[in-house]
Write a protein that binds this ligand. Sequence first.
Ligand SMILES: Nc1nc2c(ncn2[C@@H]2O[C@H](COP(=O)(O)OP(=O)(O)OP(=O)(O)O)[C@@H](O)[C@H]2O)c(=O)[nH]1
Ligand SMILES: [Mg+2]
Length: 299
Amino acid sequence: MKKSGTVAVIGRANAGKSTLVNVLVGEKVAIVSPKPQTTRDRILGILNTEGAQIVFADTPGIYKSKTALSDRMMRTAESSAKDVDLILYVHDGHKGVSDEDISLMKHYLSFGVPMLIAYTKTDIMPAENIPADAKALFEAGVDCDVIPVSARRGKNIGKLCAAIEEMLPEGEPLFPEDVLSDKSEKFMIAEIMREKILLQYDKEIPHGVAVLVNKFQKREEGNICDVDLDIICEKANHKAIIIGKQGSALKETLSRARKSMEAFLGCKVFLTAYVKVKDDWRDKANLLKEYGYDEGNMQ
Ligand SMILES: Nc1nc2c(ncn2[C@@H]2O[C@H](COP(=O)(O)OP(=O)(O)OP(=O)(O)O)[C@@H](O)[C@H]2O)c(=O)[nH]1
Ligand SMILES: [Mg+2]
């Protein structure tokens, strides 16, 4: 019988979880950016190998919460690590190992679920730090295997995958073989828009953005998809910055988003976007729900 199981991908914000899940699955199922708190929902990415079906659950990174939205994100990460077959704890190796890292790892080890550590970003750190950090973790009582990888360079991904497979139970696949994610195309379209905003704007602006897709419709002819969406920001001055001088910043962001949506959908996209202000929406339960961040949806 083949193996089958769910793997919660957990770790600090910006550690490289979504990049690693995308590389493992072989398709982009989650957006990536250099800013912490990029992922807001639990996103399943499904990998079928010869011997197993591995269901990765990417999660929001661990971060000190400041808003009702990030509180919910932290609860999503925490609950995603329960009722799984394995926790894949992603650690950003190039940041070294702090006492806080050790206590987080021990916290997840205490869940009583088998755990592996993917020690990532090895491409941007001295190689000799890897055995030294692995020894430090072992001596601090972090009792699980540590596998050094580079998601960016695709290094040791096969080894990590084999180690994960080894630790999964036998069982029937949970999803049909052609399914790559539990999220819809419409969800990914909103995420792609958010990714381009994360890449284009600084400070609190991208963190205060939600994207609401009002229309997502493939035309019957012409291989064209119409997308209408709202970019919701939390302050009037954020709106001015998002739009930029004579609309220049928004035009650039929308152009990048459209190209990325076209690559994802494999068709031409007509993208229309409106920037709206909803004061401090990240702390308002009704708006969180309206934008898809009610807890039922995030898990
Ligand atoms: N050099 C290098 N950079 C990486 C690697 N993996 C991820 N990154 C970069 O690290 C940053 C964060 O990556 P993400 O995959 O978004 O990190 P995350 O853990 O999902 O972040 P959150 O969703 O915010 O918790 C991005 O700029 C990535 O390009 C890696 O193996 N090597
Ligand atoms: Mg992420």
